[in-house]
Design a protein. Structure first.
Length: 257
């Protein structure tokens, strides 16, 4: 079974892009998804209270439509993912940001789409990238690394149900889900898987090139904050271009369906 608890395993199959490796996983998917659902609910409720949750119906419909096409493609990487309790919301904000929490909890900030004037294909590449983090359970891996490196016995005890306080896990989980930046390797994996997801959903993967060019321009030569662990520079664009021969046939096949 993918993603077992207690040591090194893998959470996804490799897909056409070959994104597969062993991961340190010391906390269960269920535990982290619970933390994610609680954190996501809090963020959603706060946005609703401020009047900025899905306050642009047309944009919300557009983003949710793209998510609906990407969602079934996640089965290529893990067969349980299409059955997650997915949720997609758009927060009205000038921030250039988006994320997908464990279990398929997606948020797009309107500034990402409007300020960068993103096409549907570019939105799909961003969404595929963020969904890939959830598929690969990068947050779960980051939490597991923190546990392995931590001398805080009460956190480890709480994670494995040996006692301790639930708040310890909640705090650690929140840091990993929202505050902690993913590693460069995580970002590279998300690029690869995300490009394949977008292509399989019928979105032009070449949009990955124009997307990262826009990201770089928006940051004045530097990427937006949420991409700071993996700069959207010429090397990243070159890596996307190197994958196009692999994912372009998937896009062409999707268009014929």
């Amino acid at each position: 079974m993918l993603g077992s608890v207690g040591g090194c395993s893998t959470t996804t199959s490799g897909g056409a892009v070959g994104a597969e490796r062993s991961q340190l996983l010391l906390v269960s998917s269920e535990q982290l998804e619970q933390v994610a659902a609680e954190s996501y609910g809090k963020l959603r409720d706060e946005a609703a209270a401020k009047g900025v949750l899905n306050n642009d119906p047309a944009l919300t419909q557009r983003v949710r439509g793209i998510a609906a096409r990407i969602r079934p493609q996640t089965a290529v990487f893990r067969d349980d993912a299409p059955g997650w309790n997915w949720e997609v919301n758009v927060i009205g904000s000038d921030d250039i940001n988006a994320f997908c929490m464990p279990g398929g909890k997606i948020v797009f900030y309107s500034g990402l789409i409007k300020r960068l004037n993103l096409s549907d294909s570019e939105i799909a590449v961003v969404m595929g990238h963020e969904v890939a983090h959830a598929l690969r359970e990068h947050s779960r891996e980051q939490v597991s690394k923190a546990i392995a490196a931590s001398a805080a016995i009460d956190i480890g005890a709480a994670v494995f149900g040996w006692g301790g306080t639930a708040s310890s896990l909640a705090g650690l989980g929140y840091d990993a889900l929202i505050a902690t930046r993913f590693s460069r390797n995580d970002e590279k994996e998300a690029d690869r898987i995300g490009l394949e997801l977008a292509a399989r959903a019928g979105y032009d993967p070449a949009a990955g090139v124009t997307l990262w060019q826009k990201m770089t321009q928006a940051g004045g030569g530097k990427p937006p904050e949420f991409l700071s662990s993996h700069p959207a520079d010429e090397k990243r664009i070159a890596e996307v271009q190197s994958l196009l021969p692999v994912v372009q046939p998937l896009y062409e096949a999707a268009k014929r369906k």
